[in-house]
Each structure stands twice: as structure tokens, then as C-alpha cells.
Design a protein around this ligand. Structure first.
Ligand code: CTP
Ligand code: MG
Length: 226
């Protein structure tokens, strides 16, 4: 089934500390956002990309779209102060039944996982890619362990996340109304008491967040995936 994808890329990449938006960091000679856009450009089921950007960087993004001949980028939408606002702005430009939200800073997503995710969203209306937590997770206060959380039910949630458009739009509106801030879009759907399905992803689908992530990114690029 066809879908459109909202790609938030309007952040400033503070934790990456690269002196620029991390979307423009080069991996194998190409900006991160180019790797991300290429996955969706090449997916036959993707009918359109809504790229959410900082207006100040519009010219830089437009140049890349032209240089790499991205034909599916339908619209460049201005982002907001927080990711949640950026995604909401992007969603308002969508008109497909199923919509994906995928971070521009997550360039290693595989097409097979996108397919699984879309199928799941068709059934459940809301689904996210995730992987099981491998480490032991403890809750602490003032460097004092308070609790060890049972790992078997914990998942590391990634993007893409897929939703029926009407559901995710109302989840964003509901969140604004109740001043609920989530770090992902699925949590807004959960806040409306709607269930979200998990779809297995893989551990290489990292988000480039801090400088050490670039070490992993280079290794992934060098592997057979890159
Ligand atoms: N994002 C966005 N609009 C914002 C903030 C973030 O579109 N106001 C995007 C980022 O560009 C990124 C994705 O959301 O692709 C995930 O956010 P994050 O990893 O936090 O990126 P940044 O906000 O850029 O990084 P930092 O939090 O370290 O400043
Ligand atoms: Mg951020």
C-alpha cells in the first residue's frame, strides 16, 4: 500500500556538536539527509516525501534535492521549535491514508522494515519500528539505584513510525490541547489511549545523535549494507 512520509530535519543537532545541522554531515561523501531521502525515493510504495526544514537552511536542502534528483520530495515545510511541532507541520501537508514519520538523522532504515511497518499500520492504525533492549536498565535517583526494570518487556523505539493519517493528526491536536509533550509520535497516540503495535527493526537503524554515533555510522557504511 502507498504511503507518504514526513521527514523532520529542522533540528539544530546540539548534542552532535558539529557546528551545523547534523543532516549535512557527510557519510561516504554524501550528506546524512541524502542517505535518508534515497531510501524513500527508491521505495516504490512511497508516493511522496514531506521534508520539514528550518527556513534558514531551505536553500541548502533545495540544492541537495536538485543535485540528487529527488523527485518524490513534494513539499518543504517549515519546522517548529520542537520536533513534535515540526512533525505536526509536516503531517498537515499529507493526504495519504497511511503516513510514516521518519527522522532525517536515521539514514540506515531498510526497505523490508518499512514494508512490515506499513502492513502493521494498515491493521492496527499505529505502529513503530523497535528492537528489544539488550542492556540491564536501572532507575536511579541521586546516583542511587532505585529499581532494576524487568528487561523482557522493554523495547528501544526507533523511527519510522506509521499511522493512519486521521489518527496521528488528532493525536497531535489532542497533545497540543492537553500540553502533552512526547519524544516520539507514537507516545501521542498512546496518550489518546490508542494502542501502538511494535514491528521488529534492527540495531543498525541508529539515530545520529552524539559524535560517537558517527563511529557506528562509518562502520555500518563500510559493512555490506553501506
Ligand atoms: N527535528 C526537527 N525539528 C526540531 C527538532 C528536531 O525537525 N525542532 C528533527 C531533527 O532534525 C532530527 C529528528 O527531528 O532529524 C530527531 O531529533 P534529534 O535527534 O533530537 O535532532 P536535533 O534536535 O537536531 O538534535 P539535538 O536534540 O541534539 O539538538
Ligand atoms: Mg532534538
Amino acid at each position: 500500500m502507498d504511503y507518504q512520509v514526513v521527514i523532520p530535519a529542522a533540528g539544530s543537532g546540539k548534542r552532535m556538536n558539529a557546528g551545523k545541522n547534523k543532516q549535512f554531515i557527510l557519510l561516504k561523501g554524501k550528506p546524512v539527509i541524502v542517505h535518508t531521502l534515497t531510501v524513500f525515493e527508491q521505495d516504490p510504495a512511497c508516493s511522496g516525501i514531506i521534508l520539514v526544514i528550518n527556513e534558514k537552511e531551505k536553500g541548502d536542502f533545495l540544492k541537495l534535492i536538485e543535485l540528487y534528483h529527488f523527485k518524490k520530495v513534494k513539499q518543504l515545510v517549515a519546522g517548529g521549535a520542537e520536533r513534535q511541532e515540526s512533525v505536526y507541520n509536516g503531517l498537515k501537508a499529507c493526504d495519504s491514508d497511511i503516513v510514516l514519520v521518519h527522522d532525517g538523522a536515521r539514514p540506515f532504515i531498510r526497505q523490508s522494515h518499512i514494508r512490515d511497518l506499513v502492513l502493521s499500520a494498515q491493521e492496527a492504525d499505529a505502529a513503530t519500528i523497535a528492537v528489544p533492549v539488550k542492556d540491564t536498565i536501572k532507575k536511579a535517583e541521586n546516583l542511587q539505584v532505585v529499581e532494576t526494570i524487568e528487561r523482557s518487556s522493554l523495547w528501544l523505539v526507533q523511527t519510522p513510525q506509521a499511522f493512519r493519517l486521521s489518527l496521528i493528526l488528532s493525536a497531535h491536536e489532542h497533545a497540543v490541547k492537553h500540553q502533552f509533550a512526547g519524544t516520539d509520535d507514537a507516545s501521542l497516540v498512546e496518550f489518546m489511549k490508542h494502542r501502538v503495535k511494535i514491528v521488529y527493526g534492527d540495531y543498525t537503524n541508529i539515530k545520529l545523535t552524539t559524535p560517537d554515533d558517527l563511529l557506528f555510522a562509518k562502520a555500518i557504511m563500510e559493512s555490506e549494507r553501506g
